[in-house]
Design a protein. Structure first.
Length: 368
């Protein structure tokens, strides 16, 4: 059969002419190609911006602030904002440490829509103008009520994974999305925590002198001698020793590696001896891990342990801080994982690595 080709599609030598360029829109679905292109342009960093530790693009909502708020509202979630400055190492640290933390990621994916931008992007510039945010206030983290657009929680400066997880958990405990009552506003300045993290990295950090006057708030007299005597006594491996009024009861670990104790048995004792605190390994030790302990009076202390150190060592460390800070440790206390909240009391003889608290935060609570 004959060809039905159009003659004007070919030139004099029979070569097909190039197709006409056309711009078309896709109807329905996520919108159109033009809108997606605009979104990519508005969230992009300015030319020449480089990141030592790249932002977690896979966690951040890609479209505009308003679209992020709408999505959060539709899904009955809160909106979490993070505006960063690539020139501030505190921002780089949040990408390196905070937004790779398993607890933080779980909280973001279950209860929040996360919207992160570099401060040079058009999206960030618009947000900063709306909320009168200056570059000196970066990095900036905020919880936005997606129902009203109100800024509820504001955090300035580097926010460690433990601090962010704690702040978000406390926020979720205090606020219900279905409750029309407006959440209470709160401002947190985390700049001191950034200084602490730098001091830890440089080996200058003293966890007993963190924000406290040593002469007034910490009585270390006799503390080292007491620790030496306890060391020489040498408690048996795998045993947790609980001090009663006149005698010591030794509780052997269960077959699972934990310690089987009834809650009433722990609360009935006025004082608990968890043994001695092991020597802190160097930060360069590949066999070391960091555990952060959050205390009831607001203090947070980071401390390194060997991966093989048992959870009882963390309890001993918490007890030591209570004693050195002149806090009432005689109440008895327990340590809990941050999220989900679980007591570590039955894991005393398990290593910090196997207990899943390596690189995480544990929360101390007094027994009531």
């Amino acid at each position: 059969g004959g060809s039905s080709r159009r003659v004007d599609q070919y030139d004099d030598e029979g070569i097909r002419r190039p197709d006409e360029v056309r711009n078309e829109r896709m109807l329905g679905g996520r919108g159109n190609f033009d809108a997606e292109g605009d979104s990519a342009l508005s969230r992009a960093d300015a030319a020449g911006v480089t990141w030592l530790f790249p932002p977690p693009r896979h966690l951040s909502y890609p479209n505009s602030f308003q679209e992020a708020r709408t999505m959060a509202k539709d899904e009955k979630k809160w909106l979490l904002i993070n505006i960063q400055n690539h020139l501030e190492f505190s921002s780089q640290m949040m990408n390196r440490d905070t937004f790779v933390d398993d607890t933080v990621i779980t909280l973001l994916r279950t209860s929040f829509v996360f919207w992160q931008r570099g401060h040079t992007s058009m999206d960030a510039q618009a947000y900063m103008r709306t909320h009168s945010l200056q570059e000196s206030g970066l990095p900036h983290v905020a919880v936005i009520d997606s129902r009203t657009g109100a800024k509820i929680v504001t955090m300035k400066g580097f926010v460690s994974p433990g601090d962010l997880a704690m702040a978000l958990l406390e926020f979720l405990e205090d606020n219900n999305f279905d409750n029309p009552k407006a959440p209470k506003q709160r401002n947190i300045d985390s700049s001191k925590d950034f200084e602490r993290q730098v001091a830890i990295a440089e080996g200058r950090y003293n966890y007993l002198d963190d924000g406290m006057d040593v002469e007034e708030d910490i009585d270390m007299s006799g503390f080292k001698e007491e620790a030496k005597d306890s060391n020489s006594a040498g408690e048996g491996e795998g045993k947790a020793v609980y001090s009663g009024e006149e005698s010591k009861d030794v509780i052997a670990p269960s077959s699972s590696g934990g310690v089987d104790l009834g809650r009433e048995e722990v609360e009935s004792r006025s004082a608990v001896d968890y043994g001695t605190v092991p020597e802190e390994p160097e930060g360069s030790d590949s066999n070391s891990v960091k555990v952060s302990v959050k205390f009831p009076w607001g203090k947070q202390v980071n401390r390194r342990f060997h991966k093989s150190d048992v959870v009882r060592s963390v309890y001993a460390f918490a007890s030591m801080i209570c004693s050195a800070s002149d806090k009432d440790e005689d109440k008895g206390f327990d340590l809990f994982t941050a999220y989900p909240s679980m007591s570590l009391l039955n894991s005393l003889a398990i290593s910090v690595q196997d207990a899943g608290i390596a690189g995480s935060q544990v929360i101390m609570r007094y027994n009531v």
